[in-house]
Design a binder for this molecule. Structure first.
Ligand SMILES: NC(=O)c1ccc[n+]([C@@H]2O[C@H](COP(=O)([O-])OP(=O)(O)OC[C@H]3O[C@@H](n4cnc5c(N)ncnc54)[C@H](O)[C@@H]3O)[C@@H](O)[C@H]2O)c1
Length: 420
């Protein structure tokens, strides 16, 4: 066991920086530490070791106290002070020692800035704008809604296609750094490469992950902590559908759907919650979000689709329960319940999509073409169209920006499902 575990130390340092600036930061571990670069903040966490491993709480306390002292020693004075009155000082580089080991951590507004500092070995402190006196945290000011995710670190499970891809694209366009986690690694990599090339910087990182497998999910959150220093927004989107009636569905199909849609959300929330709690130890005012992409089928029954609707209804119970438990750590937990995404692959795939399936099985009486089937389903929506990525993004930005709500399910159904 290593005394210094990046997946513990990086989020604690990230929290320290965010607590002072009220802005998100990326924190990355660096190579070689000798000699310590000039200007870095040095700390020995040996006293925070318990049975050879770092105790999160003790390490957080030691880091917070030592950093306050470090900042105090560097506080500008005289003429310099008047020039820097509107700034707070942050370490760009932290040298951590514990149990005979050493590691360096570099911070920046985003991954590329942190990497540039590391590559230039430039450990001079940051002076960033002081947050407004009344700002409780980012998002409490009246800013354009999508900018609430700028520079935030986000994860989208099932991000390679469908709603997940729409959410990844929306977050990247709004300035977030996005981990795209999917069973389909090739698809996630293709999307990440496209977005990074488009923006000329690192905005997306692909990961292979199976949300129904705890070891895979645990490894994913470890990798995120080691790569970016933590996480602000987890969009638990991966989901599957195998429709069948209760009189016919075999148990294996029922369990498969439940494992991904219901149990998978539990597994993701568990390991995400642990990482976000770690960050919260040094950033107690910082709010983070777990958002489940649920469905209108989590709000009303779905004929011959019980496994799916049951998992979605159940997940709303998990959302409300996790929200009660995690509020203590500044973690909000909410669900978005979209209507049907007719333009996504689930419905529109020409070979496997639901439109072609429903046409072939005669589910829509009188329908002769895929367009007829689509028109039938669109007519069920008061707003006469399917749900789109942009509709889900508006709900997501609302949830992140809204600091005074948790444990809710936000419908985005064009009026098809109304709460009562
Ligand atoms: N499409 C719709 O009409 C609709 C409507 C309401 C809600 N939703 C919900 O939106 C979410 C996304 O649905 P979609 O239609 O975009 O799906 P999709 O089938 O188009 O894409 C799902 C993605 O998740 C990945 N995935 C599947 N199982 C996974 C697992 N175990 N671990 C990691 N990744 C996995 C797939 O590889 C795929 O990239 C789901 O939760 C779904 O229930 C969809």
């Amino acid at each position: 066991m290593n005394a210094i575990d990046h997946s513990i130390v990086a989020p604690l340092i990230r929290g320290l920086c965010m607590s002072a600036s009220k802005l998100p930061r990326a924190v990355i571990p660096g190579a070689g530490v000798s000699p310590a670069p000039a200007g870095c903040f040095e700390i020995d966490l040996t006293a925070a070791l318990k049975s050879g491993a770092l105790d999160e709480e003790a390490a957080a306390k030691a880091l917070t106290e030592a950093c306050d002292e470090w900042k105090f020693e560097r506080a500008p004075s005289g003429a310099e002070a008047s020039g820097k009155a509107a700034t707070v000082i942050l370490p760009s580089c932290v040298l951590v020692r514990a149990g005979g080991e050493e590691a360096l951590y570099w911070s920046g507004a985003d991954l590329d800035e942190a990497r540039a500092r590391r590559d230039a070995n430039d450990a001079s402190p940051w002076y960033v704008a002081k947050p407004a006196a009344d700002a409780r945290s980012l998002g409490s000011s009246a800013i354009a809604r999508s900018s609430v995710v700028a520079n935030r670190i986000a994860l989208v499970t099932g991000g390679a296609q469908g709603f997940g891809e729409e959410i990844v694209r929306g977050l990247a366009a709004s300035g977030a750094s996005v981990f795209i986690a999917d069973l389909n690694l090739a698809g996630a990599e293709k999307l990440a490469a496209e977005l990074n090339a488009e923006r000329g910087k690192t905005v997306a990182i692909a990961l292979a992950s199976n949300v129904a497998d705890e070891a895979s999910v645990e490894a994913m959150f470890r990798l995120i902590a080691e790569t970016a220093g933590g996480l602000d927004l987890c969009v638990s989107n991966a989901g599957v559908l195998k429709a069948a009636g209760v009189l016919e569905q075999d148990l294996a199909a029922f369990k498969f759907v439940t494992d991904v849609n219901y149990t998978g959300f539990f597994i993701v929330s568990k390991h995400c919650g642990r990482l976000m709690r770690r960050q919260n130890r040094t950033a107690p005012q910082w709010k983070t979000d777990i958002v489940q992409i649920n469905s209108k089928s989590g709000l009303e029954g779905s004929n011959k689709n019980g496994a799916y609707a049951g998992g979605k209804f159940g997940s709303i119970g998990l959302v409300a329960s996790f929200a009660l438990e995690l509020v203590e750590y500044g973690i909000k937990v909410n669900a978005i319940c979209p209507g049907n995404f007719f333009d996504g692959p689930l419905w529109s795939d020409p070979e496997k999509g639901l439109f072609i399936q429903y046409l072939k099985t005669g589910k829509v009486p009188g329908a002769k073409t895929v367009a007829d089937v689509k028109a039938f389903y669109e007519a069920k929506v008061p707003m006469k169209r399917g749900c789109e990525g942009a509709d889900v993004m508006r709900a997501l930005y609302y949830i992140v920006e809204q600091e005074y709500e948790t444990g809710q399910a936000v419908p985005v159904t064009g009026g098809q499902v109304m709460l009562h």
